[in-house]
Ligand binder design. Structure first.
Ligand code: KG4
Ligand code: ZN
Length: 338
């Protein structure tokens, strides 16, 4: 019988300290996430220096818990995978340093994983039938990418945002309407009480590159709308602003994803990243895929936002493809997709 491949995944690229053990690339044995949201909420956003310090305080406990919950010892683990970019450099360094120390001490192979590839791989956890090639719309706080997953370790970026990422726009608009951090989930909730057609915000197209995105225009339009209301002494209905802004972003995301799928002759679409848990996006993309006869998959919310299970899953496929990182692995804050 083939031996199980157990990957210990470590993630610390932003404000979640996370560790997970995954068996044979698809079965999550543990998924421990220590969120720093409470601390960063006090400052209205992620404070990089605080994030790094909190990662240092927590990472050993998080890893220990992940091994305990999985019921495995470090000696049972086949390889260590860790996010080495993109992300906050100080935050990434904590996970990378920890993973290198564990790999060195235990003599286990080390596999550096690209954070966005991890987000895409989150889809494999609950969709056992999903295998490449497929089209994936990645919408997170730092990235908005339309990616063709050619193989588990081979990706073609078809489009990307030219300015703000979708999640970033959610966070900035949330701050402007006084919702605070983290903005995405708060806008999602408030938008349920508002009218998505109350205010007409722009749906940006990028001239000459049909799969690229731009969200700074819609963000500025919201800020201008709020300023104009203030100047005229008009009261703002925050729920209508949230719903109308959210709809503008969702429309663009869905249109790009569907258009690319049709033009490239794809029969399914995957969605990934923190914004993939947005309820309006899920509703719209579900309807559009049904209408166009496309298969759709996206992860449960716990695997949409940052977690280490997705890093262990992608780590498994990289490991099986022969990828190994040396002990000189470094954090790369702007790590590219290819
Ligand atoms: O993927 P992620 O956890 O971290 C990055 O890799 O960036 O994404 C975090 C982003 C934040 O901008 C957050 O506001 C957004 O995802 N987000 C949401 C929702 N949940 C998280 N945006 C809209 N609706 C949500 N329900
Ligand atoms: Zn992420």
């Amino acid at each position: 019988m083939e031996q199980d491949v157990l990957i210990l995944g470590i993630e610390s690229s932003c404000d979640e300290t996370a560790a997970s053990v995954v068996r044979n690339g698809r079965e999550v044995l543990s998924n421990v996430i220590s969120s720093q949201i409470d601390i960063h909420t006090l400052y209205g956003g992620v404070v990089p220096e605080i994030a790094s310090r909190k990662h240092i305080e927590r990472i050993n406990y998080v890893i220990e818990q992940a091994l305990n919950e999985a019921g495995v010892a470090l000696s049972d683990v086949t390889a260590i995978s860790v996010t080495y970019g993109p992300g906050l450099v100080g935050a990434l360094l904590v996970g990378v340093g920890e993973a290198k120390a564990i790999a060195y001490a235990s003599g286990k192979p080390l596999v550096g994983v690209h954070h966005i590839k991890g987000h895409i791989a989150a889809n494999y956890i609950e969709h056992k039938e999903l295998t490449p090639p497929f089209l994936c719309l990645v919408v997170s706080g730092g990235h908005t990418h339309l990616v063709r997953v050619q193989d588990y370790t081979c990706f073609e970026v078809l489009g990307r945002t030219q300015d703000d990422a979708a999640g970033e726009a959610f966070d900035k608009v949330a701050r402007a309407i006084g919702l605070g951090y983290p903005g995405g989930p708060k806008i999602d909730k408030l938008a349920k009480e508002g009218n998505p057609e109350a205010i007409s915000f722009p749906r940006a197209k990028v001239e000459g590159s049909e799969y690229d995105f731009s969200f700074s225009g819609v963000k500025s339009a919201v800020l201008n709308y709020l300023n104009a209301c203030e100047m005229k002494g008009e009261t703002v209905c925050a729920a209508d602003v949230a719903a109308s802004f959210q709809q503008a972003v969702v429309d663009v995301l869905v249109e790009h994803g569907i258009q690319a799928a049709k033009q490239l002759g794809e029969d399914r679409l995957a969605v990934a990243g923190g914004v993939a848990s947005n309820s309006a996006l899920r509703f719209a993309v579900e309807n559009a895929c049904k209408r166009e006869g496309l298969e759709l998959c996206y992860p449960s919310p716990v695997y949409c936002t940052d977690n280490a299970a997705m890093i262990a899953v992608q780590g498994y496929y990289e490991y099986m493809a022969g990828v190994r990182s040396g002990l000189d692995l470094n954090a790369v804050p702007n790590l590219a997709m290819e």
